[in-house]
Design a binder for this molecule. Structure first.
Ligand code: WTA
Length: 662
């Protein structure tokens, strides 16, 4: 689409709020071709879930032993639980690798790896990946890792990350990937909570042209974790690396000695596959525990239908494997389906803002799955960065991680998709394991900004504070009223949290998101309604940042809220009061930011630090976050009721201070 036509199209769409039909050419070739087909399959999944999931499980997964029961759950009682395919046995790495080796997929690219330096590319066929995974599995066994043991992976986006995940799965060990942008302190917390005795890291990493000193960070964490017996180090860059005798070993050295054969372990369907830590409303992130059979089926099925997967597709999910999107849609979903998954180490704007288009053109990418924050940043950089590239191979676009505004949606659709590619906006969470609400491409009309309709087997509802369903277009809390196979099994080391956080209302899984449903039944997600921020698609708890801030000696109190940010979606706004006698200056501001970076990681660095004279509190001493959110958003026209405040003048002071700051 030419720029003028496109601008007119976006304006027209924004003014008329019309839905967009998928093109007939796309629908004709799609796996689900029409709304009628979607409705039929959805209805079947809801009317008789057990038969539906049993059939899907037989068709999509290879089992070593059949199940005794398909679905068992309790959402009502004091002890909520969920279980799929009890008694069945399988192996995830077998499903992702071995079963593809008998036919032509043996020589197909499973993983294409593009490093940040453009010349660094590697291709793993299914056979090669299988061999590497077997060797890595043997290496773990040799280091004493057994079924049920936890292994922490602190790696950048290198093939060894996917290989390590699959190697753990092969021997029934539980992997716990920690995003390589998190700090030593955060890594230590996760190693301790998971009880891992083996850690895999890399000596260095690249990010935006800079070198990350991952091994140094890992050493700092391991100094505090004497229980870790072995640290396997991937040699990402040929450069001096300190290795601790009796603990650290090189990946390459170990792998060279291992056999490329390793029998897959039989794993019961509800035994854990991985733990992934995610932020909630407490200061410490929770270890979300996912199982084996249900998770794999759900990742496999959503991958197939949400991305309308074809045998020859080159599929690119830009998410880091340190997050759930990378687990389900970079590694497990694509490989279980025998697809070609592109793994990319870089960032969208380095060395130049055309990096994504360069990669799409270089490999002929067909499906691109990325986050609204990336779309907004490309929108800001301008379309000249796209024009020099041939991106006509793209046939389908996906969005995940945060609400996408209709404006960003329409830009993505017209500038990147050229008005030709449907967009699957996918709403889901670490806890849900896979996509829950989405626009099934080719089948369902798209409404820019709406995640559309539930995936098969999913029963979302929007309820008001009285616990009843809201009317069309009326906002409420998004809940799910029955289980699905990808659902988390629990919170590691914290069974109480499973009930308290996710089942405060008997009968419903509470998502923590706000939403409304329009008159056509389409879901519109409005964002978190708990104390979780969404910064560039990353989940960060306000309590986590507050706890880091108050651990600085000079800080008396801290209150953190999200505020609208043009590129990040939400920015981090920290109100801080200091102890008497403290000098407020830029050094203190920098110290606070550094402290948060070293406590959590750079992604949690506050965008604004507002040194306040006091914080607004109720008479019982509770900080009024609702008001702080409005002040941070500079939306102070209508502050609602401040009569319950102990000192209402504090609010006015804060507003004046904000004006002086901006
Ligand atoms: C938000 C990422 C609107 C939401 C897969 C959710 C979204 C949180 C969307 C989970 C979307 C994710 N539209 N909001 N398409 N996708 N979210 O655990 O607030 O990192 O609760 O999982 O991201 O983030 P998480």
């Amino acid at each position: 689409m030419k720029k003028n036509t496109r601008t007119a199209f976006i304006r027209h769409m924004l003014e008329n709020e019309r839905s967009i039909e998928p093109s007939p050419e796309f629908s004709y070739k799609a796996l689900i071709k029409s709304r009628q087909d979607y409705d039929g399959m959805y209805q079947r999944s809801i009317d008789d879930p057990e038969t539906f999931w049993a059939q899907m499980a037989e068709e999509h997964i290879d089992w070593f032993k059949p199940w005794d029961a398909v679905e068992e759950y309790d959402f009502e009682s004091e002890n909520p639980y969920v279980r799929y395919f009890r008694g069945a046995e399988l192996n995830v790495s077998y499903n992702c690798l071995d079963r593809h080796l008998d036919g032509p997929r043996r020589n197909k690219a499973a993983l294409i790896w593009q490093g940040e330096p453009n010349e660094e590319v590697d291709v793993y066929t299914y056979q090669r990946l299988h061999r590497e995974v077997c060797k890595a599995a043997n290496m773990l066994k040799r280091l004493g890792v057994k079924k049920g043991d936890r292994v922490v992976l602190y790696l950048p986006m290198v093939p060894q990350l996917a290989i390590s995940m699959l190697a753990c799965a092969r021997i029934g060990a539980i992997h716990c990937v920690v995003f390589s942008g998190l700090s030593a302190e955060a890594l230590k917390d996760r190693i301790e909570d998971s009880g891992a005795k083996v850690v895999i890291t890399s000596n260095y990493g690249y990010r935006s042209g800079k070198i990350l000193h991952l091994k140094d960070i890992c050493d700092k964490a391991l100094d505090m974790c004497p229980q870790v017996k072995a640290c396997i180090v991937v040699r990402r860059i040929e450069k001096r690396t300190d290795m601790k005798v009796d603990r650290d070993v090189w990946w390459d050295d170990q792998m060279a000695a291992e056999s490329p054969h390793c029998d897959p372990e039989n794993v019961e369907a509800n035994e854990p596959l991985f733990i992934l830590y995610t932020s909630g409303s407490t200061a410490k992130p929770k270890g979300i525990l996912h199982g084996t059979g249900g998770y794999l089926l759900y990742a496999t099925l959503t991958m197939k239908y949400v991305f309308d997967l074809k045998e020859t597709d080159i599929y690119w999910c830009t998410a880091d494997a340190g997050w759930i999107t990378g687990h389900s849609y970079l590694v497990y979903g694509p490989l279980s389906n025998g697809a070609t998954s592109l793994m990319f180490e870089g960032v969208p704007n380095y060395p130049k803002p055309d990096r994504y288009w360069d990669v799409v053109e270089k490999f002929g990418v067909n499906i691109l799955y990325t986050a609204p924050t990336a779309v907004r940043s490309m929108m800001k950089d301008g379309e000249q960065w796209i024009n020099d590239h041939d991106i006509s191979t793209l046939r389908l676009l996906g969005s995940v991680g945060e609400p996408i505004t209709s404006k960003a949606w329409l830009w993505y659709y017209s500038a990147i998709g050229q008005g030709r590619c449907p967009i699957a906006d996918t709403w889901w969470q670490t806890e849900t394991g896979g996509v829950m609400i989405t626009t099934i491409p080719g089948a369902v009309d798209m409404k820019p900004g709406s995640a559309a309709l539930p995936f098969f087997g999913i029963s979302p509802r929007v309820i008001g504070s009285d616990g009843n369903d809201t009317k069309p277009n009326e906002g409420g809390s998004l809940v799910i009223s029955r289980p699905w196979p990808g659902m988390m099994l629990g919170v590691y080391n914290n069974p109480e949290a499973f009930k308290n956080v996710y089942f405060p209302m008997p009968g419903f899984y509470l998502t923590g998101d706000g939403a409304f449903r329009d008159e056509d039944g389409y879901f519109w997600i409005t964002g978190r309604i708990d104390d979780v921020m969404n910064v560039s698609g990353h989940r960060i708890g306000t309590a986590e940042v507050e706890s880091a801030l108050v651990s600085v000696l000079q800080v008396a109190e801290a209150a953190v809220v999200g505020y609208p940010h043009p590129v990040k979606g939400e920015g981090i706004y920290a109100y801080v009061t200091v102890k008497e006698g403290t000098v407020i200056n830029d050094d203190l501001r920098a110290e606070l930011c550094n402290h948060v970076r070293s406590n959590i990681g750079p992604i949690a660095t506050p965008d604004v630090i507002h040194f306040a004279s006091a914080l607004p509190k109720t008479r019982s001493g509770k900080i009024m976050r609702r008001i702080l959110r409005k002040i941070a958003a500079q939306d102070t026209e209508n502050l609602c009721d401040i009569s319950t405040l102990s000192e209402p003048s504090v609010v006015n002071d804060l507003i004046q201070e904000t004006k002086r700051m901006s």
